[in-house]
Design a protein around this ligand. Structure first.
Ligand code: BJW
Length: 225
């Protein structure tokens, strides 16, 4: 077994105190995703969207990585083959746990993006719609986050990793959002062993060869060791 590709979702950061999306009391039960996680919502009310992500940026900064993030960082350090970590999460808890290489397919809370010219820069703790882009000067500053209807980052690279994996693991994700939800099918078709680690059965559980059910801080260190 040489190449391990891991996909993480909101469930891995839940025990660090960051909310998931679709669990009871999750983020989408408190906010209308059409208003805060689509380009159309941002065009309608940029201040609302900035408030949403400013609060999440503050929460992420106050959170600490947990035992599951730490276990994956150890795996990357100690595994003799290749470990590729793809996260749907926009927090930086994998990096703060010591993970060296993380692909953030849905963007990062620490990033700012100009909706006008496409420039990327480091986000301040509090972003505002009227902040000018450092490249073009337009007041079109948005969080560097992939919203519904937008193309996730690094898709060609991720797909190449997924179809060349010996083992594909999905951790703490409900499997309801594409294209990430399709990775297990591609990994299966390419002959990888597939494993799911999640608190409860997900939409995609039937597609995995093996499953470990429980909180990430217990099942992930147990799987890694
Ligand atoms: C624990 C735990 C613990 C809890 N321990 N586990 C119709 C059919 C098919 C597709 C579409 C369709 N209509 C539209 C689409 C496309 C759309 C989509 O998939 N929509 C679905 C809702 C149907 N997708 C897109 O628009 C994407 N772009 C796209 O498709 O571009 C075209 C394209 C095509 C082909 C190739 C490439 C591109 C973009 C999606 C962007 C998603 N953005 C969000 C918000 C922005 C980021 C943010 O604000 O944080 O990303 S949505 C939200 O969902 C967020 C997450 O990254 C994402 C996934 O959620 P996740 O991580 O799975 O969280 P939950 O809450 O759903 O699940 C948590 C899990 O953890 C649960 O199972 C719990 O049980 C578990 N858990 N505690 C272990 N302690």
């Amino acid at each position: 077994m040489r190449k391990i590709v891991i996909l993480t979702g909101a469930g891995i950061s839940a025990e660090s105190g960051l909310g998931t999306f679709r669990d009871v009391g999750g983020i989408w039960s408190q906010y209308d995703l059409e208003e805060v996680a689509t380009p159309e919502g941002f065009a309608r009310n940029p201040a609302l969207v900035h408030d949403f992500y400013n609060a999440r940026r503050a929460n992420a900064l106050a959170a600490e990585p947990n035992a599951a993030h730490a276990a994956l960082a150890r795996l990357e350090r100690d595994w003799q083959g290749e470990v590729v970590l793809v996260t749907q999460n926009i927090d930086d808890l994998h990096e703060r746990a010591g993970h060296q290489r993380v692909i953030h397919m849905h963007g990062e809370l620490t990033g700012a993006l100009c909706a006008q010219c496409g420039a990327h820069w480091t986000a301040p703790l509090v972003m505002r719609a009227e902040d000018p882009c450092p490249e073009c000067g337009e007041a079109a500053t948005r969080p560097d986050i992939v919203w519904f209807g937008e193309m996730p980052y690094d898709m060609d690279l991720i797909e190449r990793h997924v179809i060349s994996a010996d083992l594909f693991a999905a951790i703490g994700t409900s499997g309801q959002v594409f294209p990430a939800a399709g990775f297990v099918m591609h990994a299966n078709a390419a002959g990888a062993e597939t494993v799911e680690l999640n608190l409860e059965p997900s939409e995609l559980s039937g597609m995995f060869d093996r499953r470990f059910e429980g909180p990430a801080t217990e099942v992930v260190p147990g799987w890694v060791e």
